[in-house]
Design a protein around this ligand. Structure first.
Ligand code: ADP
Length: 424
């Protein structure tokens, strides 16, 4: 507040009014003089107010006045200038952000609360063939791949989605911000996927190629088994046999793992009984070890019919049970089924030496072993739990490991209720 402007304004009113009064007085009409002075000063203020009004609509120049109106106009002009500068800076900043987003190799799409497109960059336009007039359209009208529509409708954006669209393999990551608005990052991973497929094919091809010579070697070793061999050779023959069996296991596991990695998530699922499969695998454990003791705790007569891939689930149960027998004590394991809000839980428990906690998160890595020398003696391929992890992913499930050193380990997984078709 400028006191000077206020004082000048008051002074002006007083001077004009007193002037009018004095003039009226000298003519013997002091009241008329006072009224005339008041009217003139009011007219003066009205003229300034009118000038201000016209200026505010940009239809006239800014009022030139030393009083309140002039001072107020000055303040508005100054504030307008500051705001203009601020807006200009914001616009420049926005432009820089837009340039940054535009220069990204990855596609960026910004969606509003309802899923309509607010804006997108050039990379998104190229890979998804978007046009400027697609702004305002719903994203599902523009990306119609069924996998994307299912992913979007499900609303669980914790993991990115990878899917094929025309000749591209795309990865979409959705991040929510503000009030339900979304940023979609679209990455073209076609080349990465091609290299990955090449790697998988290479491993699968090499493994297949190794199978034939291994079968021949195993055949000859079997033949020597029935023959008399010189005593110094007995130990060597034994070692050759165990190593060639190890290699056969390794090759078989490699083939199984590459099949799991390349399996399409769109394959049709089968309906099978989880309880029945557990019983079948428990029966097969006799072939693995005649002395193995497997205790089974089902839930009454519940079959637990689930939708999935029976051969893969068979592999999961076989790997977990053979591990329990191999690494547990007395070849004794406890297999149990139970239900919870999350779904059907399968647990395989042993009373072995357990696993130190620092290893637990790494066990499902390929060829990861807790104790290299001990495990070589046991003869595992180091791929069993990697196979389990992949196969469980295909059933929307994951491996949970609990282990207490000296007391044993429990490997479990939960098949989500959605896959449980019929509990009877
Ligand atoms: P392998 O074929 O060598 O058994 P896995 O991938 O099945 O390989 O297991 C990885 C490692 O996890 C094993 O080498 C072993 O060290 C550890 N492991 C797996 N199951 C158990 C278990 N029940 N008890 C203790 N250690 C285990």
């Amino acid at each position: 507040m400028n006191r000077g402007a206020f004082q000048r304004e008051v002074l002006r009113i007083v001077v004009i009014t007193v002037g009018g009064l004095a003039a009226g007085w000298s003519m013997d009409y002091p009241l008329y003089g006072l009224l005339a002075g008041l009217a003139v000063s009011h007219l003066f203020s009205l003229r300034n107010a009118n000038a201000f009004y016209r200026w505010s609509f940009r239809t006239g120049p800014a009022p030139q006045d030393s009083g309140l109106i002039g001072y107020g106009t000055d303040r508005v002009i100054r504030r307008e200038k500051t705001l203009k500068n601020r807006l200009l800076n914001q616009a420049k900043l926005l432009q820089r952000y837009n340039q940054g987003i535009e220069s990204l190799q990855d596609g960026v799409i910004i969606l509003n609360e309802e899923g309509h497109i607010n804006t997108f960059n050039g990379a998104a336009a190229r890979v998804l063939r978007l046009r400027q007039d697609d702004v305002g359209q719903h994203v599902k009208n523009l990306i119609r791949a069924p996998q994307f529509v299912r992913f979007y409708d499900k609303g669980d954006f914790s993991e990115p989605l990878q899917f094929e669209l025309r000749n591209y393999v795309l990865q979409i990551q959705v991040t929510e911000f503000g009030l339900d608005q979304k940023i979609m990052l679209v990455r073209n991973v076609t080349e990465r996927k091609r290299v990955e497929v090449m790697r998988q094919n290479f491993i699968a091809d090499v493994s297949h190629e190794l199978r034939t010579p291994l079968t021949v070697i195993n055949g000859y070793l079997e033949m020597f088994n029935d023959m008399e061999v010189p005593t110094p050779m007995v130990r060597a023959m034994k070692q050759m046999k165990s190593q060639s069996e190890r290699m056969t296991n390794l090759v078989n596991d490699l083939i199984e793992l590459s099949k799991l990695e390349s399996a399409s998530s769109e394959r049709s699922r089968e309906l099978f009984s989880l309880s029945g499969l557990c019983q079948q695998v428990i029966g097969e454990m006799k072939g693995f070890s005649e002395t193995a003791k497997v205790h089974f705790k089902p839930v009454d007569n519940t079959k637990f019919m689930i939708e999935g891939f029976e051969a893969e689930m068979h592999s999961v149960l076989t790997n977990l049970m053979t591990n329990g027998i191999k690494y547990g004590s007395n070849e004794e394991i406890f297999v149990s089924l139970s239900t919870s809000d999350r779904g059907i839980k399968v647990s395989i428990k042993d009373k072995g030496p357990g696993i130190p906690p620092q290893h637990l998160t790494r066990l499902t890595e390929r060829f990861y072993r807790v104790d290299e020398s001990r495990e070589s003696a046991v003869g595992g391929s180091g791929l069993g739990l990697a196979i389990v992890k992949h196969a469980l992913e295909h059933h929307d499930s994951e491996l949970e490991i609990e282990s207490i050193q000296g007391k044993g380990s429990t490997f479990s997984f939960v098949i989500p209720s959605l896959r449980n078709i019929d509990k009877v």
